[in-house]
Design a protein around this ligand. Sequence first.
Ligand code: G
Ligand code: G
Ligand code: NA
Ligand code: MN
Length: 253
Amino acid sequence: LTAEQALRAGLKNEEFTLLYQPKVDARDHRLVGFEALVRWDRPGQGRISPLDFIPAAERTGLIVPLGALILTQACRQIAQWRADGGAVVPVAVNVSPLQLLDAGFPTAVMRTLAEFDVPPALLTLEITESAAVTHMAQARDQIGQLRQQGVEVALDDFGTGFSSLNMLRGLPLSTVKIDRSLIDPMPAPDAAAVVKSICDLAGVLSLEVVAEGVETTEHAAAALAAGCNVLQGYYFAKPLDVPAASDWLQGRR
Ligand code: G
Ligand code: G
Ligand code: NA
Ligand code: MN
């Protein structure tokens, strides 16, 4: 079986599962959102990391239907949590460059939200810089359409690519997520200064700041002191299955 054939079969049989990693308020560590992270449960092969199949999905163009399936699963889960009647928080879904730049993407997102009667404010899309670097005008237009409808858009892995500052200024974003490689060396003063300057800049641009990869109490304290609004990482929780994520929503963690 080629990677493409395996992916096609996986799509047909809906072998993909979403895990949900909590994001917490930097000050009081209360739950403020989840990031959906896909896993592939391949019969006979166990659970496969997205690092091992997203590249093939992008290469073959299958990321477009796979991305649509992931979005559907996330919206279905949000609807389920709403139906449960307890607290609900926004869910962030990762979007590949090819998906974002697909002309039908904003319409497909709005159609999926409508299908499950999910308010757009409960969906955040996480995009990576590479999508915007080469197709800035198209990315700006697509993101603008989604923001206009009330969907939040976050720039993921900030600090790892190039043209980052240009992206921050030029795209209609709601949030910037600072890559964990910048969080990890904190509280070293030089690292803290870099994170603080990103937070200061985000403040000027009216962007919320999420610190990724918070693994220790020292990371959490330093990220708060630097001005991050939201924290995410193994210190609080790893990506969780639905029952564990539901426990977080109900305040039992
Ligand atoms: O969850 P994990 O650390 O294994 O994720 C590895 C990489 O895969 C990360 O860069 C993450 O953004 C990406 N990823 C996880 N879930 C999705 C998804 O649903 N869609 C896309 N396009 N990328 C994802
Ligand atoms: O590229 P993106 O930021 O979407 O990557 C998300 C990935 O980061 C997920 O696969 C998730 O498992 C991983 N992750 C989440 N929290 C932490 C953390 O605290 N430390 C490390 N090393 N990885 C993390
Ligand atoms: Na990502
Ligand atoms: Mn992400």
